[in-house]
Design a protein around this ligand. Structure first.
Ligand code: ZN
Length: 137
C-alpha cells in the first residue's frame, strides 16, 4: 500500500467540465460544427471556422500521432511523484486538433515524433477523467 498523497482532481467549469465529464463517462469527444464540419479544441460555443452556433459534442477516433512531449522529473503536485519521471504528450488527433495527455504503455524512451498513439481514458470521479496516450501498434 502506497502512502503517496492523492493526485489533485481539477474542478473545471463550462465546456471544459463537459469535456472531462465525457471522459469520465468513457468517450473522448470534441466540439464539431454541424454546418461546416470543423472540429475544435479547446471547446468553444461558436465555430472558430464559420461562426456557426450549431456546434455539438462528437465522439472522435481517439487516434493520433505524437506532435511533441516533455518529461517531468519534479511534480508540482506531490501526488504525481510516484509516477515520475513521466511524459506529457501533445497529440495531433486524426480529426486535426491537438490534445494534451499523459503517456503510458511504453517507456519514455519510445517517444518519437509522429509515433502513432491511441487514447486511454481513466475515470477519476463521477465527473472527471484523465486522458493518456499509448502506442498504437
Ligand atoms: Zn463551422
Amino acid at each position: 500500500m502506497s502512502d503517496a498523497p492523492p493526485k489533485m482532481i481539477p474542478d473545471p467549469d463550462g465546456l471544459n467540465a463537459e469535456f472531462y465529464q465525457n471522459i469520465a463517462d468513457g468517450t473522448l469527444c470534441l466540439r464539431r460544427c454541424a454546418d461546416c464540419g470543423a472540429v475544435h479544441h479547446p471547446p468553444r460555443y461558436l465555430c472558430a471556422t464559420c461562426g456557426s452556433e450549431q456546434v455539438e459534442w462528437s465522439a472522435i477516433s481517439g487516434k493520433g500521432r505524437i506532435f511533441s512531449w516533455t518529461i517531468s522529473h519534479r511534480p508540482v503536485d506531490p501526488g504525481w511523484a510516484v509516477d515520475g519521471p513521466w511524459a506529457t504528450v501533445v497529440v495531433e488527433m486524426e480529426e486535426g486538433p491537438r490534445l494534451v495527455g499523459g503517456f503510458r504503455g511504453a517507456p519514455n524512451e519510445a517517444l518519437e515524433l509522429d509515433l502513432p498513439v491511441r487514447v486511454v481514458l481513466e475515470r477519476e470521479t463521477e465527473s472527471f477523467g484523465r486522458l493518456y496516450f499509448t502506442p498504437d501498434v
